[in-house]
Design a binder for this molecule. Sequence first.
Ligand code: PYC
Length: 361
Amino acid sequence: MTVGESSSLEDGPANDPSVSKNSHQDKPHAVRGDSPSPSALDSASQHSRQPRAIEFVDSHTAGEPTRVVIEGGPDLGTGSLAERRELFQARFDHFRSAIVNEPRGSDVLVGALLCEPTDVASTAGVIFFNNVGVLNGCGHGTIGLVVTLFHLGRIGHGTHRIETPVGTVSATLIGENQVAIENVPSYRQAKDVRLTIDGLGEVVGDVAWGGNWFFLTKSISIPLEMSSIDALTDAAWRIRKAVNAQGFPDVDHVELFGAPSDPKADSKSFVLCPGKAYDRSPCGTGTSAKLACLAADGDLEEGDAWVQESIVGTSFVGRFRWQDAEKQIIVPTVTGRAWVTAEGRLLLDESDPFAWGIRTA
Ligand code: PYC
């Protein structure tokens, strides 16, 4: 099946075009010649009562989960990853929901659709998504993807180019579980944005790009502790709405910073994601945005380490080099660790009222 085509057998709910039952057309180079044997998946797809099967591997990076879709995803053609993400968003949103939402997933789960890269020099392409839609980039997810590909025996140690909708990320697998990602160029867009928010008063922070759009603030006095998750979520959500209304509609992540609990860390953060789930990790794109602000303020020197602690007590180590010191654009490197937690098949049965997930948006 090529882009734009769908057969009635492939249709999802309410006549939406849907996933191919076992598309092998969007497989990364690392997988070539390495596909599972014709298997039950293929024979299952010939039997109309058989559920669609999606092969996945789950991992967590510093506590934040990633579900990599290995097989059974939609055919998105061979365009750029940005073009394929657009197609995915427009036509396969039910597939997104089926993978990450309940009853197969949860609000916190980030999905990663493994794709064929456009460039032979790249190892893989990936489209990230969550409970409410597609993401731009995802640092923890890229670390999880690399550890997953290593777990599957598809890559070895060393540096791998991973194509994303917002640029190519260079990921170096250092040990079995440790990955350093050289992320997309990052920068601060606005400094000291002042928001007045009911119940919070004045909140001052920066807007920065680190592969996603962030509002970063130190203004919140709520303790950065697990026991304050509800209050932190409520505050961050209000901040997001205010910053969106005040000229920054693309900001969909909010980072609240405070003093670290871990003496080895430089800072601790609470990160609220677009679908109102909090990031269990320090957030790879969020750490990139933080590094961009630190660099712009002269608070961190090129090459020096910044240890960012998450709300659950895990950490990423960030460093940067200047891409353009005059324009204050940096290239951040974020190092973190991931572990594979599960591998298996998701089954989507058309007769199941929740075959396409329980939607929160
Ligand atoms: O690590 O970049 C990240 C991320 C984005 C959303 C959740 N995690």
